[in-house]
Design a protein around this ligand. Sequence first.
Ligand code: ATP
Ligand code: MG
Length: 366
Amino acid sequence: MAKIVLQGVTKLFKGKNSAAVYDLDLEVEDGEFLVVVGPSGCGKTTTLRMLAGFETPSRGVVQIGGKTMNDVMPKDRNLAMVFQNYALFPHMTVEKNLAFGMKVRRTPKASIGREIREIAEMLEISELLGRKPAELSGGERQRVALGRALLRRPQAFLLDEPLSNLDAALRAQMRIELKRIHAQYPVTTVYVTHDQVEAMTMADRVVLMQGGRLQQLATPEMLYDQPVNAFVASFVGSPKINLFPGRVVQDGSGPKVSFLTASYALNGSHGATFDAVSTREVTVGFRPEEIRLATGNDPELPVVKATVELVEPLGSETHVVARVGELVLTCKLPARCGLSAGDTVSLEFDTAQMKLFDTESGIRLG
Ligand SMILES: Nc1ncnc2c1ncn2[C@@H]1O[C@H](COP(=O)(O)OP(=O)(O)OP(=O)(O)O)[C@@H](O)[C@H]1O
Ligand SMILES: [Mg+2]
């Protein structure tokens, strides 16, 4: 097991003027399950390939287990990898592919068979042990590649979208199995995905990247509750956070924010942030679960009138898309909320978690 450290790691590819990964500083603790997430092309695979040794950083240092790895060959890094294009040995059966990682670590023959049977059962590939990779579906191949990596007992795992080819039910099941294995053998793991649900459910901490740059490194809860900017806020959470143009102004008693057709006196930490501000354009963020049918219980809370455009009953809850003038918002309401398209509703905004961002930079102000 090993701690992984990246210092100022940058990767420039020939013929491209922007860096695929830019000035990345990162410490993955020994035994930590770190998930790297972000939109397509943000530099996730490139980061993992630099850790593995398949790409050389243009600048910066890669350390694994206290040793600088920049000049160490991939095979000498003692890492197990599952890559996006999981390469299995085509001439070997599934069983031989699985056994390969264990041969590398010189496992006694007797326990090879038992460990393979256990891992195959867990990954639901027991029936496939005699087949060759060409005779498998994409999802089956992916599970064989994962099994081979798991059987390696490396000092760290590097996993690049290892569940992407599985159907939703199997993916949910494998998420749980992988977490269970990690709890049993807490090997340092860097897990790449573009699926924010995987990131939020599996990670000890999440790295969110965009355009080759680290946006935020935090626990899933922190990422959701304390996003550093509007990009992070909109990347995590489904449906997405609602972002409205707004303006903070001072009226006699203190700062207030106006957005949609509402206005609200800023208090607590929000109030302190904008105490000295005269006028400022902001982006106001409310998550869908922070907008509800008006109760009137707290007359201070902002309320707007909206027209229901779309009702999505999901069984346990209802997602409602509603329009206020030019703007559209999404809210999460209870199941069987009794609304239909065309209805006029009064919506109340729970301001406890309200987020205010700088309109230009997107940086969160409060
Ligand atoms: N070998 C290469 N040569 C040139 N450019 C590359 C190379 N590999 C990746 N890139 C570029 O670097 C950027 C980051 O690519 P990377 O594969 O790391 O993205 P990713 O986050 O893994 O995306 P995805 O979610 O689609 O897998 C992209 O703009 C990509 O086009
Ligand atoms: Mg990738």
